[in-house]
Design a protein around this ligand. Structure first.
Ligand code: AMP
Ligand code: MG
Length: 414
């Protein structure tokens, strides 16, 4: 008889475990934006999602201008000593460039001022001596020195931001610089958060023996807010099918998408998956991920439902890995693949083939450390962590100093 293989317990036999990338690709092709649009002033558009491409109505800079305080004239000058008489006018920033500077003369000009006609070169004030109403300096200076060309940053008609972009402070600067005052944005996505379980009590209540405090709901509301959506608190509900059904009906009228935690497996008390099954639009996704399986995905009265596992660590990992990009898509944003980077490990670990693993992790001293316990009920480890180490689907053994992929919370957008 052949000996048992080392990985014989890796995954239950007879079940197809969907690889993480396959699950993500499915979500990506099946989901699309579910929110309509509204027009908002640029000043109120931070972290909101653009609904249309934005083209520049004005160039930046709009006219050629000077990058320094100095003296402007026509053409560069070669090696040797030069002196150029100064004209009476001067050009502060904001002045209309309606003067004409005669050939062989220079004009006093200040940073940001448009170049008047007859000027294409500016010498830094520190590089000249002003004497007898003329500037004296030693060449060479190249034609065009210290000036900015019209449109060198942005040309009229350039696409400066694409539909689906989440606007950053720098984007607000760019839009404002070319004179955009209002933008069409996606309405914020309303994400309902519901906890399920007979064992749950809320903070502020007395917890009886056998009861636990609801930790997932504040965490998920916080995550959803960090991801840039509008969390809607749907409370907690007992493991009671009718109560859950009523709560989902109510939720479907208020929100765009529903996140539940707990009750997502196929057991007797797993009413979330049972109801989604009953509604006929359910896929119990057995995803090859640790921590995190199973994830119940379904539709309830035309609203997508993410049935997250009850374990807080699994609920958070599933929200970051699957929820974040899915919500971005529903909100009208670009698909948001997590951004991680390779860091030397400060730990040892060996993993089997066939599932992706995420470890609670943080960087200290240029190395990534992982939380001592992988138990998916250990909330203290989530709180300790500053991101996740992602170990690939294949078997792997990590020794200290090996490069592993670290994704900070911000790399998930959270
Ligand atoms: P379930 O997915 O419902 O089987 O729950 C898995 C584990 O997560 C159980 O130990 C639950 O008590 C726990 N759990 C479920 N919901 C929550 C919650 N909202 N806060 C903290 N732990 C929870
Ligand atoms: Mg439960």
């Amino acid at each position: 008889m052949p000996p048992l293989k080392n990985d014989c317990f890796a995954l239950p036999p007879g079940v197809h475990w969907t690889p993480v990338d396959e699950a993500l690709a499915d979500l990506r092709t099946r989901l699309s934006s579910v929110v309509d649009t509204e027009t908002v002033p640029v000043s109120g558009a931070l972290d909101r999602i653009l609904a249309t491409d934005i083209t520049a109505p004005r160039a930046h800079p709009p006219l050629p201008n000077t990058a320094v305080d100095g003296y402007g004239f026509l053409n560069g000058r070669g090696e040797g000593d030069h002196h150029i008489p100064i004209v009476a006018q001067h050009m502060p920033a904001g002045a209309t460039p309606d003067t004409s500077v005669p050939a062989g003369t220079a004009i006093r000009i200040l940073t940001g001022a448009a170049l008047p006609s007859g000027v294409d070169t500016v010498i830094l004030q520190e590089d000249v001596e002003v004497k007898d109403n003329a500037i004296h300096f030693t060449g060479p200076i190249k034609q065009g020195a210290n000036t900015r060309r019209a449109g060198e940053d942005v040309k009229v008609g350039d696409v400066i931001a694409e539909a689906g972009r989440k606007l950053t402070p720098a984007d607000l600067a760019l839009l404002s610089a070319v004179g955009v005052s209002d933008v069409e944005l996606r309405r914020p996505l309303r994400v309902g958060v519901l906890s399920t379980g007979d064992e749950l009590v809320q903070t502020g209540e007395d917890a009886g023996p056998g009861q636990i405090y609801d930790a997932n709901r504040p965490m998920l509301r916080g995550l959803i807010a960090r991801l840039g959506h509008l969390p809607v608190d749907l409370g907690a509900v007992q493991d009671d099918r009718d109560a859950l059904r009523a709560r989902l009906d109510d939720a479907a009228r208020q929100v765009d998408v529903i996140f539940t935690s707990g009750g997502a497996s196929a057991g007797d008390a797993d009413h979330v998956s049972a109801l989604l099954n009953e509604a006929g639009a359910m896929a119990l996704w057995r995803i090859a991920i640790k921590p995190g399986r199973p994830l119940a995905l379904g539709m309830w009265q035309c609203k997508p439902v993410f049935g997250l596992p009850g374990n807080p660590v699994a609920a958070m990992v599933c929200t970051l890995v699957f929820g974040a990009p899915a919500l971005a898509t529903l909100a009208g944003a670009e698909w948001a693949a997590p951004q991680g980077f390779m860091v030397p490990a400060a730990f040892s670990k060996s993993k089997k083939a066939g599932r992706r693993e995420f470890l609670r992790a943080r960087i200290r001293g240029g190395q990534v450390e992982v939380f001592a316990s992988e138990g998916s009920g250990r909330i203290s480890g989530l709180s300790w962590a500053e991101g996740l180490v992602e170990l690939p689907d294949d078997a792997m053994s990590v020794a200290p100093g090996d490069l592993v992929r670290f994704i900070p919370w911000g790399g998930f957008g959270a």
